[in-house]
Design a protein around this ligand. Sequence first.
Ligand code: AGP
Length: 606
Amino acid sequence: MCGIVGVTGTPDAAEVLLEGLKRLEYRGYDSAGIALIRGDGQLVVKEKGKIKSLEGALVGEDLTGTTGIAHTRWATHGAPNRINAHPHRSGNVALVHNGIIENYAALKVQLGKKGHIFESDTDTEVLAHLVDDFYDGDLTLAVQRALGVVEGAFGIAVTHVAEPDLVVGARKGSPLVVGVGNGVNYLASDVAAIMGHTRQVIYLDDGEMVTLRPEGIQTMNINNEAVTKEIQEITWDLGQIQKGGYEHFMLKEIFEQPQTIRDSFRGRILPDQGDVKLGGIQLTDWELRNVRRIIILACGTSWHAGLVGEYLFEEYAHIPVEVEYASEFRYRNPIIEPGTLCLTISQSGETIDTLEAMREAKRKGAKVIGITNVVGSTIARETECGVYIHAGPEIGVASTKAFTSQVTILAMLTILLGRRGHLNADRGTQMLRELERIPDLVQKVLDQSEAIREIAKVYADHSNCLYLGRGVNFPIALEGALKLKEISYIHAEGYPAAEMKHGPIALIDPQMPVVVIATKDGSYDKIVGNVQEVRARDGKIISIVTEGDTEIAALSDHVITIPDTMNFWMPLLSVVPLQLLAYHIAVIRGEDVDQPRNLAKAVTVE
Ligand code: AGP
């Protein structure tokens, strides 16, 4: 959601903090700020807008100082402006915060009575004042006392002028990672911020704190009991979070898909046996055979991947599936019967709705499998069984390569469960041999990027767009519509193609582009009928069809072809032209593709 960086022990502290913020900017980007402890006190500079604006505000400032904290913000309380930006200060305390302090209003009143004066509208400023109020010479203790009275979620970093070498961090519900260096130690909400400096990290768990000094770090819980943590090694490299010659991260990530899909299945398939092996699934064959129902919990694009999973599990593994919006699931009274397997899908592994839904499912006795991309993320650590999708860091806010990797994993899970039930070995072998071809087929779709850009030029100034698909391509229609609205701000809706005539057909006129995913499958003839219905009302048709198609092509204004494959794997191909279409339209409209307005990469607030 927002990004935190902290450092102690280097004369380049300001540089380290700004560089870290830039790497985190994709998480939140409506304002940013820095607090640096200097010989003469504490410099706090904040600015509305992106990190560039903050850098502008720092020109001419004396940036000497070896300890500091910094933040890039995605507003929850109070408008995105300079005053509401973090760090927030009270006396000699500076504090940055990700998350929400739920009882801030009551605390603000109490502190106000004691003479505290607030300048911002934020919950975070209240926490800074609370720490200051408790401070009597020991920052760690003051933070512990303050956290003892706040309700809500937090990842925080705090400094105090009187303890100039110290950064205190704490987490509950919002990630924090410690970077262990040599004479310099780091703190961040995301490992990307600090991995240019160290690859040795410690992931804090909920309820834990850390004190960082140049000479070392100490971990403890919020009750001040020492906690021993394992130092882990980061295995991916910095090059993976740079643009590598592409204009945007999103385009780079779309083009990485042949590789990322391969990385998702590499070493995990046994084509000769028609089976898969997923090391993180520590369930016995007996347990796998006795899965009676699957509940998939996710949000946004990950939820769309879950919907694809629903089609696959029911058709090929014969297991009933419900795909739930995590945010709704957690507040219902969901019924978890014996034999329920819960799949929690989250690229970031930090989405609070998904995390809480997963905790609720666990509480009620479901077996939970986490499907995440970010190693060491909270969901990954809180599930006893899990599968990393291995898509590599996804920086663009609009999720692309994570989606195809999630679908790849869900398909592999389908084979795993299917082979312990109704799916025979030959069929499994066929599916896995076909999977090995998929990366090359995805590349063939990517090769049409320029042609898709030409189509984008025609529709970039439209205000609405409808996406239609049937069967396993229905979730792809939803995903195509989400991509378009997220980054181009064009209103877009996805529908099952047959559902169009129950309402949305009223919208069809010559100004309404309709993207139809009509690959050759069992429902092809039906979708031909739906396309004719659009044609009859002069709607503009952009069709995604299988190579060699003539029937739908003849009815369409624009045609994008994708190679033929088994229906089972089709979503991995059919989503790609929709990602490219959304991308090109947004670029033509001049939008900030990687950092679309109002969005954040990891949504760690409700
Ligand atoms: C995708 O393009 C979105 N930015 C968003 O819908 C995202 O998929 C959703 O917030 C869930 O995120 P997660 O996968 O990290 O849990």
